[in-house]
Design a protein around this ligand. Structure first.
Ligand SMILES: Cc1cc2nc3c(=O)[nH]c(=O)nc-3n(C[C@H](O)[C@H](O)[C@H](O)COP(=O)(O)OP(=O)(O)OC[C@H]3O[C@@H](n4cnc5c(N)ncnc54)[C@H](O)[C@@H]3O)c2cc1C
Ligand code: FES
Ligand code: FES
Length: 505
């Protein structure tokens, strides 16, 4: 395998260019800021993407300008910043003058110990900046949603939300803090098309990361290095590193492969011959590249799959949604991954690619055991096709968690039933958090066929479902609690869809 010439990564911090090589490319961005550049305004508290204290803004400078997104710097690695400008809290105030966001925090007493404050300020600045640069007219800001990736342990949220509302009309004052020069921008443009292969010793271990810029190259590297691990947004792998010091010796970074990005809504494909799954008889499907982020999917779902949008608004916080990908969520294969119940009931299909070709598999056959999938060592997940519900189908998704925001599910569920003349003609029921993998309840599905849409039907289905699952007890809930939740959700589904369909239907 030819090694690309580039073995270093380049990015800027508050406009100042850095070139990093060797073991330092495996530092987290927050370690780099604090330990290598002494910019200690970015705080590290949880080091697992939960509290937002480490929030910085990151953007890729282009001819059209730079759109900066908030990011948790504690779980993203230096090599993932290649070609980007990172902005820290130190860049905001200039010539002794605070930005309007900072001023609002002072005026509203939005800070006590101050540990969370830089993170909140950066998250608010990002929202103001995105609103000001969005081509569409923005609705009023939903600040609790925008700040759901930030925790404060002592001030309380009311003064912080008051500050956010007070600075809402500001544009985030990008002109004060974006300092990328034309030379740096041109240099970063060039880097976008150049792969790198960086290696070094990090915390006593030999590490290497290869960053291809085409799918063909990614597949070739995957075939040559089957022991290497793919890395996408690093919202799972970053936490494995910071909390358990687990990391593969070789990573293949998919962050710059354009063919893995993008989301389209298209006509469904006709049934195919052979074993390959079709689009389940749907008229339209969402096709998402494996590297589509949750922020992009949330945006798309608001118009095309609103049931999913309401789950995605609770997926991590904005900092997680900006980088976490659908591909990472699927291949990580957690039983409580938020995307999986939906994919399961809609009979989504996954496209797996290798240098030998492509194959499409049914998501319901993909998971073989807890955290295990059928993906082969030379394959990667390229895209996902999600059939959209037909007018006769009623889809509902549920996430039951101990906290509303920024929490993972205790139990998750997707129910998609087809109703014709008041009777159930097709049923798909998938549950997460009640077994080693997300699973369909085939016994209950069969039992529901041809039953009337009545409360007793769903109460009985809930009892059958509780018998069909074997949940465990853990800190999130006992097995008995999980059984009761499943029964409750089926009854809730009945009430929601029957009021939605109207009494006559
Ligand atoms: C604070 C926090 C909150 C979270 N909240 C939620 C939540 O509400 N709901 C939820 O479901 N999850 C949540 N997560 C988990 C995580 O954000 C998601 O699972 C996310 O979608 C993972 O995507 P990623 O791109 O970051 O994956 P990565 O961490 O980069 O990778 C995860 C796994 O997928 C593999 N992989 C990635 N892409 C591919 C590919 N294209 N082909 C083959 N293998 C691939 C990697 O090798 C790795 O094994 C949260 C995580 C954090 C830190
Ligand atoms: S330190 Fe808590 S999210 Fe990074
Ligand atoms: S001000 Fe102390 S944690 Fe928020």
């Amino acid at each position: 395998m030819n090694r690309p010439e580039r073995s270093s990564v380049e990015f800027s911090v508050n406009g100042r260019p850095y070139e990093v090589e060797g073991g330092d490319v495996f530092l987290t961005a927050s370690e780099f800021l604090r330990e290598r550049t002494r910019r200690t305004g970015t705080k590290i508290a949880c080091e697992e993407g939960d509290c937002g204290s480490c929030t910085v803004l990151v953007g890729r400078p282009t001819d059209q300008g730079t759109s900066y997104l908030p990011m948790n710097s504690c779980i993203r690695f230096v090599f993932q910043l290649d070609g980007c400008d990172m902005v820290t809290v130190e860049a905001l105030a200039s010539d002794g003058r605070l930005t309007s966001v900072q001023e609002a925090m002072v005026e509203c007493h939005g800070s006590q110990c101050g540990f969370c404050t830089p993170g909140f300020v950066m998250a608010m600045t990002a929202t103001c900046h995105q609103r000001a640069t969005s081509p569409e007219e923005s609705p009023p800001v939903d600040w609790p949603l925008e700040l759901s990736g930030n925790l404060c342990r002592c001030t309380g949220y009311l003064p912080i939300l008051e500050a956010a509302r007070r600075c809402e009309s500001s544009d985030g004052e990008i002109s004060k803090w974006s300092r990328v020069t034309e030379t740096t921008r041109r240099r970063f443009d060039l880097l976008g098309n150049t792969p790198f292969d960086a290696s070094g010793t990090h915390r006593g271990a030999a590490r290497r990361v290869l960053s291809p810029v085409t799918l063909e190259e990614a597949l070739r590297i995957r075939a040559d290095l089957p022991e290497a691990q793919l890395i996408a947004g690093a919202t799972d792998l970053g936490v494995q590193w910071t909390k358990a010091r687990k990391a593969a010796a070789v990573w293949i970074d998919l962050g710059r492969v354009p063919e893995l990005r993008g989301i389209t809504v298209c006509e469904a494909e006709p049934d195919r011959s052979g074993d390959e799954p079709a689009d389940g008889g749907a008229a339209r499907v969402i096709e998402a590249g494996a590297m589509a982020t949750w922020a992009e999917l949330l945006d798309r779902s608001r118009t095309d799959l609103p049931e999913f949008a309401s789950i995605l608004e609770r997926f991590g916080g904005p900092q997680i949604r900006n980088y976490g990908t659908i591909g990472g969520n699927i291949v990580n294969a957690s039983s409580i991954a938020d995307s999986l119940p939906l994919l399961s009931v809609m009979d989504a299909s996954l496209e797996l690619a290798s240098s030998e070709g492509r194959r499409r598999v049914d998501v319901n056959r993909f998971f073989t055991a807890n955290r295990r999938t059928m993906i082969q060592a030379d394959e990667l997940l390229a895209s996902v096709r999600i059939p959209l519900p037909s007018p006769l189908q009623r889809l509902r998704l549920y996430k039951v968690s101990r906290r509303h925001d920024l929490d993972i599910a205790t139990v998750s569920a997707a129910f998609c039933l087809t109703f014709e003349a008041g009777r159930i003609t097709r049923a798909a029921i998938a549950l997460g958090g009640v077994g080693p993998t997300v699973r369909r309840l085939e016994g209950v599905e069969r039992w529901l066929i041809d039953r009337p849409c009545r409360e007793e039907t769903f109460e009985a289905a809930g009892r059958l479902a509780a018998d069909e699952i074997s949940p465990w007890s853990d800190v999130r809930g006992t097995a008995e609690y999980r059984r009761q939740v499943v029964g409750g959700l089926l009854t809730r589904y009945f009430h929601e869809v029957s009021s939605d369909m109207g009494a006559g239907e």
